[in-house]
Design a protein around this ligand. Structure first.
Ligand code: MF3
Ligand code: CO
Ligand code: CO
Length: 290
């Protein structure tokens, strides 16, 4: 359901939508919206200087993922990926956000095959045919950017390859919903509709999130949902979209380490993530890749 002309304006003014922001979503009301979005949702809209800062962090995260890709091969330990990400991040004057975040023991999440997310690097070695998500978040000059890709290790089965493609396209199905006036629900609906039509399932427990000043800020961005529901997108919002897509059922288990999320049915899971900015015309990725 879209917001109706006679509904209260999502900007929080208390006026009807038609008497307030309707049709003006693209206009420059940044300072007003900033106050309203913070008051109503605790969402911190970003200024141009903030966006530059997050973009710089994003460039570093993308470079880090390029470095990681160079060592993805059978025999590489997930610990080797951690070492590379940690050292490269620090060498470039940044801080790996995962390290000690809520007690997370490593500098990057590395999630192989049936691991949905939050895999802890260690002695597991990559095998020919594996799929592996590497999720990098770096803090540069106080700004956070969060981005992940799923890589193929050697020769991967067609069905696993298809899952990885579905997960990547799911991310882009979410991204293409980003524009002022659309809602958080439009993003989730775009992802869920596509992924389920491909016979895959969408993980519910972990969601995208506001990002930039902190690792996880409001709002939450579910990768499922209904058109028109949830917070209305406005310019200056920065958040991640990071759908976790399973080949089997959507349910998960958390392992004894209290971090590693795995598919309950043991099926493969893949994920892609970018940090996105809502612009007056649509969106800009602050961690862009094709
Ligand atoms: N990078 C993950 C995300 O996309 C969060 C990882 S939390 C950690 O939100 F502690 F496991 F690093
Ligand atoms: Co994230
Ligand atoms: Co992430």
């Amino acid at each position: 359901m879209k917001i109706g002309r006679n509904d209260f304006c999502p900007c929080g003014s208390g006026l009807k939508y038609k008497k307030c922001c309707m049709g003006k979503e693209k206009e420059d009301n940044h300072e007003g919206l900033k106050e309203q979005y913070y008051r109503k949702y605790k969402i911190r809209l970003k200024d141009p200087a903030d966006i530059q800062g997050i973009k710089k962090a994003g460039e570093l995260v993308l470079q880090t993922l390029d470095k990681v890709e160079e060592i993805i091969a059978p025999g590489t330990l997930t610990e080797d990926i951690n070492t590379l990400v940690h050292d490269f991040t620090v060498k470039n004057g940044a801080v790996p956000a995962p390290l000690n975040y809520s007690g997370f023991p490593k500098s990057v999440c590395v999630s192989v095959n049936e691991v949905i997310c939050h895999g802890i690097p260690g002695e597991r070695s990559l095998q020919d045919g594996d799929i592996v998500n590497v999720d990098v978040t770096s803090i540069l000059n106080g700004y956070y950017a969060d981005c992940s890709k799923t890589f193929l290790v050697g020769n991967v089965d067609p069905e696993a390859k298809r899952l990885v493609e579905v997960a990547k396209t799911s991310l882009f199905k979410g991204i293409e919903q980003i524009k002022p006036g659309n809602t958080v629900g439009d993003i989730g609906c775009g992802i869920q509709t596509y992924a389920e039509a491909q016979g895959c399932s969408v993980v519910r427990e972990m969601v995208g999130h506001g990002v930039g000043f902190d690792f996880h800020e409001p709002p939450q961005i579910p990768h499922f949902g209904k058109k028109g529901q949830g917070v209305v997108l406005v310019p200056g919002m920065v958040f991640t979209i990071e759908p976790m897509i399973n080949l089997g059922k959507k349910e998960l288990n958390i392992l004894e380490d209290n971090w590693t999320a795995v598919t309950r049915d043991g099926s493969l899971s893949a994920q892609f993530e970018q940090t996105l900015l809502v612009t007056p015309d649509g969106y800009e990725s602050l961690t862009p890749y094709e």
